[in-house]
Write a protein that binds this ligand. Structure first.
Ligand code: SF4
Length: 508
C-alpha cells in the first residue's frame, strides 16, 4: 500500500505516490494508492457544523467542484472560507496550524527528532483520523508493507505520526519520496531523518524489494493505479499528474540541485498507453494533464499533441522559454494547452549568463507575448537575489516586466536560495560567495545554505525591491491579484482570464 500523508493540497493526486503506484500497476503489482491528505481534508470539512457563525464550507466546496472555470475573486473568497474552517479545527490542537497547503507543528518543522518527541507524547490533529478512517482500511486490505511517501516538508509531521501509528499496529513500514531524495542528494540531514524513520528507500521506487524494473525507470510503463479512495479532489475537472521525462534536458544551470539526476525521456507510446488506462468515469469529466517535467521536452510534447486532442484532454506544465514555443503557440493552444509555466527569472542577460541559464530575456518576452496572443495562460517565474545581482540587473527586470505587461497572467517572485550541494556552492569563491556553514543547530535538516556576497545578503535587497518596486508595477499587481494563493498550480489553468482559452468541463 502506498500512502501519501497530510498535508498536500487536495486538488490533484500527490504526483510521486500516484506515479509510483501507476508504475507498479503497469508491472502487475496492484499496490493500493491512498491519498490520506485528501481524506484528512474531507474529514475536517465534514466536522465543521453548518449554519450561522460557521464557515460556509459546503458552498465553497460546491463552487470549486462544480465549476470548470473560476473567477479570480470568487476563488479567493472560497479558498478563504476553507482556510478559516481549517483554522477553527486547528484551534483544538495548541501549537498546530493547518492550511490548504501547509502545516505548522508546535516545534520547528526542520527538527525530525523534536517532531518524533511531540508525536510520541501528545495527541496530534491526526490521532483520531488514523483510528477512525485509516485503521478500517488497513484492516480490510491487510497490506504486507506500507510505503509512506513524503514529497514536502509539510508532510513530515504527519508522516512521522503515521509511521508511529502503523508500527504500533504491527505493520511493516518503509518511507520514501522526493523529500528524502532531495535531502540525500543536495541537502543536509538525511541521517537525522533516518534516526526517526529508520527504514527508508531512495530513488523512484525501482529499488523496492522484489520488484524488477527492466530499464531502471519506473515511469517507463504506467497504468492507472488501484485507488483506495474515491476521486474527490477539490477541482472542477480531474487534474492528472504525468511526467514525460525525469532529469532535465538543459542540465547546465550552476545552482541547479538536480543536475545529478539522470535524464530519461518517455515517448508518446508510454503516454498513449497510460491514457488508455484512465477509467471512463474520469475521462468523461475531461481531465487536465499536469505535466510535471523540470522542462517539458519539445519533441515528445509535439509527438503527444495528436493523442491529447483525440482524447479531448487539456494540459499545462513548466517549460523553458525557448524560441520554438513562439513558433508553435497557436498549435499548442489548439491542442489543449491551457497554461505554460515559464521560468524567465530575470531581465538581465548578463546575470542569467553568469549562472549558465541558457535563456535570454528577449526570447522570454517573445514567448510570453506569443503564448498570451494564442490564448495560453502564462505563469511567469522571476528569481531575484542571485549572488552579485546589482541595481542595474534589478532595473533590467523592471523593464522586462513592463515590456511583458498584460501578457503575464500569473506571476511568482522567488528569492534565491543556495542549495547546500550544487556546482555553485562548490565554486563559491569564484562567484564572491561566502558560505555560512555553522549557523543552524545540529538537529536541523536543511536543503539550502545561508551565504553572503561581498559582505551582504542579496536576499534582503531582493525582498525589499520586490515589495517596493516590482509589486507596484500596475500589470504586476494585477497579475498578483489574479494568481491564486492556494491549491498550488492545479487551479491556475481554470482561472477565467479574458482572451485566454477556457477549459470546457466534461460530465460527471
Ligand atoms: S533548467 Fe531547471 S532543472 Fe534544468 S538545469 Fe536549469 S535549474 Fe536545473
Amino acid at each position: 500500500m502506498i500512502i501519501s500523508p497530510p498535508v498536500i493540497t487536495p486538488s490533484e493526486p500527490p504526483s510521486g505516490a500516484f506515479l509510483l503506484a501507476a508504475g507498479l500497476e503497469a508491472r502487475g503489482i496492484s499496490a493500493g494508492f491512498l491519498d490520506l491528505s485528501l481524506e484528512f481534508f474531507s474529514y475536517i470539512f465534514g466536522k465543521i457544523p453548518e449554519g450561522r457563525g460557521y464557515p460556509a464550507v459546503k458552498s465553497a466546496l460546491t463552487y470549486l467542484r462544480n465549476n470548470s472555470n473560476y473567477h479570480p475573486g470568487q476563488h479567493r473568497t472560497v479558498s478563504g472560507v476553507l482556510n478559516s474552517a481549517l483554522k477553527s479545527f486547528s484551534k483544538g490542537y495548541p501549537g498546530w496550524k493547518i492550511s490548504l497547503m501547509d502545516l505548522t507543528p508546535p516545534s520547528e518543522v526542520h527538527r525530525p527528532e523534536e517532531l518524533l518527541r511531540i508525536c510520541n507524547q501528545e495527541v496530534t490533529p491526526f490521532s483520531e483520523f488514523w483510528e477512525e478512517y485509516l485503521l478500517p482500511i488497513l484492516q480490510k486490505h491487510l497490506p504486507e508493507t506500507v510505503l509512506v511517501s513524503l514529497s514536502y516538508l509539510s508532510q513530515l509531521p504527519a508522516g512521522i505520526d503515521l509511521v508511529l501509528f502503523l508500527k504500533s499496529n504491527g505493520y511493516h513500514v518503509i518511507t520514501g519520496g522526493s523529500l528524502l531524495n532531495s535531502l540525500d542528494r543536495t541537502g543536509k540531514g538525511f541521517d537525522l531523518l533516518r534516526r526517526v524513520l529508520p527504514e527508508t528507500i531512495l530513488g523512484d521506487g525501482s529499488l523496492l524489494r522484489g520488484i524488477e524494473i527492466e530499464d531502471d525507470s519506473l515511469l517507463s510503463r504506467l497504468s492507472w493505479p488501484y485507488m483506495l479512495n474515491s476521486w474527490q479532489y477539490i477541482s472542477g475537472s480531474p487534474v492528472i499528474p504525468y511526467a514525460l521525462s525525469t532529469g532535465c534536458l538543459w542540465n547546465k544551470c550552476l545552482f541547479c540541485p538536480d543536475r545529478k539526476r539522470k535524464l530519461s525521456i518517455f515517448g508518446k507510446e508510454v503516454f498513449e498507453e497510460f491514457i488508455s488506462t484512465v477509467p471512463p468515469e474520469v475521462m468523461k469529466q475531461k481531465p487536465v494533464i499536469h505535466l510535471l517535467d523540470s522542462t517539458i521536452p519539445r519533441k515528445t510534447l509535439l509527438d503527444i499533441l495528436p493523442a491529447l486532442k483525440e482524447n479531448n484532454l487539456d494540459f499545462y506544465g513548466f517549460i523553458r522559454p525557448e524560441k520554438w514555443i513562439s513558433d508553435h503557440s497557436d498549435m499548442l493552444a489548439d491542442h489543449g494547452c491551457l497554461m505554460l509555466q515559464l521560468g524567465a527569472e530575470s531581465g538581465s542577460y548578463s546575470l542569467l549568463d553568469r549562472f549558465n541559464k541558457g535563456i535570454d530575456p528577449e526570447t522570454s518576452l517573445e514567448v510570453i507575448r506569443s503564448c498570451a496572443g494564442s490564448g495560453i495562460r502564462t505563469y511567469v517565474y522571476m528569481l531575484l537575489g542571485l549572488p552579485g545581482e546589482t541595481f542595474e540587473d534589478l532595473d533590467a527586470s523592471v523593464s522586462f516586466l513592463q515590456g511583458a505587461g498584460n501578457s503575464i497572467d500569473f506571476i511568482n517572485f522567488s528569492i534565491f536560495n543556495l542549495p547546500t550541494n550544487c556546482e555553485l556552492s562548490d565554486r563559491a569563491d569564484e562567484f564572491g560567495i561566502e558560505l555560512l556553514y555553522d549557523d543552524s543547530p545540529e538537529d536541523v535538516i536543511r536543503l539550502y545554505m545561508p551565504f553572503l556576497c561581498e559582505g551582504r545578503n542579496p536576499r534582503i535587497m531582493a525582498r525589499d525591491f520586490i515589495t517596493e518596486e516590482l509589486n507596484q508595477l500596475p500589470s504586476v499587481s494585477e497579475a498578483l491579484l489574479r494568481t491564486p494563493k492556494w491549491f498550488r498550480t492545479a487551479h491556475f489553468p481554470l482561472i477565467e482570464i479574458p482572451g485566454r482559452i477556457s477549459h470546457e468541463a466534461g460530465s460527471s
